[in-house]
Write a protein that binds this ligand. Structure first.
Ligand SMILES: C[S@@+](CC[C@H](N)C(=O)[O-])C[C@H]1O[C@@H](n2cnc3c(N)ncnc32)[C@H](O)[C@@H]1O
Length: 322
């Protein structure tokens, strides 16, 4: 099944995600592409481990979800999410039996190396989320990335590198077949943690059920009030960047919606902040539920940035919860 960001708990519990099989081993596959690996890897196993897959491509997400369903794998979920967000915020320390990375994007240009997934910080994060006996299973066609990843794993100080033949299922993914047809052989390494460093969960709060927790402000706007000359506003915090991109006016009423872009590491959200009149004449500035935002420090800061912008335009802040 497809997990949306707003459906997730931070962190997740096996009993919630896999109610029928909470005690089975849990694997994470990063960048599963069209999802061929997992059904082939677990074929014939009596107790198929629980599976979480993360991808950035929405098309791949749909293809993989269809493939998992066709294979009858009920304890397999996929999400359109960057790998580090899943590892940092969704998976609690010591929960994973394996992390699978097949044919990751190699980012071959010298000035793109920092885009590579398998660098020392990733290995420390992975070691923190793996349980004793767990491992990262890495297969690639790219010799230089392979050597780079092995060096980075050693440099992380928490991984032992074991060179092994790839699992058969890793040689049957879309990219494996593509490179095989070009005569390029795949390399495989098992990275086994030698230590499990404490990398704490990065806190994320989903859109709460309790209305009072939705970031908001109550303000009094000057009369007349106008946002038609709104210009882009950028606010940088220690762990987030907020850009208020644009403001839209309601056709029916004197109300506004501000579109904000929020970046917190690899977690990127576009959120809407509504500016609406209340019966008592005051104005409510509030995160909109549209799009299922996940309430993070950055999203709260976006609501704060809208309130600040309104104050610059003469509004008076009477109360805020962000
Ligand atoms: C070269 S493809 C390999 C796909 C598949 N594993 C295979 O072997 O056919 C790499 C995939 O990783 C995904 N990807 C890249 N960075 C990612 C990230 N940070 N988190 C999750 N997926 C990512 C890309 O969208 C792409 O589908």
């Amino acid at each position: 099944m497809i997990l949306r960001l707003q459906d997730l708990h931070f962190p997740e519990e096996a009993a919630r995600l896999f109610p029928d099989t909470p005690d089975r081993a849990l694997y994470l596959e990063i960048g599963f592409g069209d999802g061929r690996f997992w059904p082939a890897f677990v074929e014939g196993l009596p107790d198929v481990p629980n599976y979480l897959g993360v991808e950035l491509s929405g098309v791949s997400l749909l293809k993989a979800a269809r493939r998992l369903r066709a294979a009858g794998l009920r304890n397999a979920h996929v999400a359109k999410l960057p790998a580090t967000v899943m590892l940092e915020s969704v998976i609690a320390p010591g929960r994973l039996s394996g992390i699978i990375v097949n044919f990751p994007d190699p980012w071959p240009k010298a000035d793109h190396l920092d885009q590579r997934l398998l660098r020392a910080p990733f290995f420390r994060l992975a070691a923190s989320r793996l349980k004793p006996g767990g491992a990262v299973l890495f297969t690639t066609d790219h010799q230089e990335y392979f050597e780079f990843a092995c060096r980075e794993a050693e440099a992380s100080g928490v991984m032992e590198v074991r060179l092994e033949p790839p699992p058969a299922a890793a040689l049957a993914t879309k990219y494996a077949l593509k490179w095989r047809d070009l005569g390029i052989e795949a390399q495989h390494a098992r990275f086994v943690p030698t230590a499990h460093p404490a990398v704490p969960l990065h806190a994320v709060t989903p859109y709460p059920d309790q209305e009072a927790q939705v970031p908001h402000a109550i303000m009094t706007l000057p009369d007349p009030f106008d946002l038609s000359d709104f210009e882009r506003v950028t606010v940088r915090g220690e762990h987030h960047t907020v850009v208020l991109l644009d403001a839209y006016r309601s056709l029916r009423r004197d109300e506004y919606t501000v579109l904000a872009h929020v970046e917190e590491g690899e977690l990127i959200q576009e959120v809407l902040v509504n500016v609406t009149g209340r019966r008592d004449g005051s104005t409510l500035v509030r995160l909109a539920k549209f799009g299922g935002p996940v309430i993070t420090a950055g999203v709260k800061a976006a609501v704060g940035a809208v309130a600040d912008e309104l104050q610059r335009r003469g509004a008076v802040l009477t109360h805020h919860g962000y």
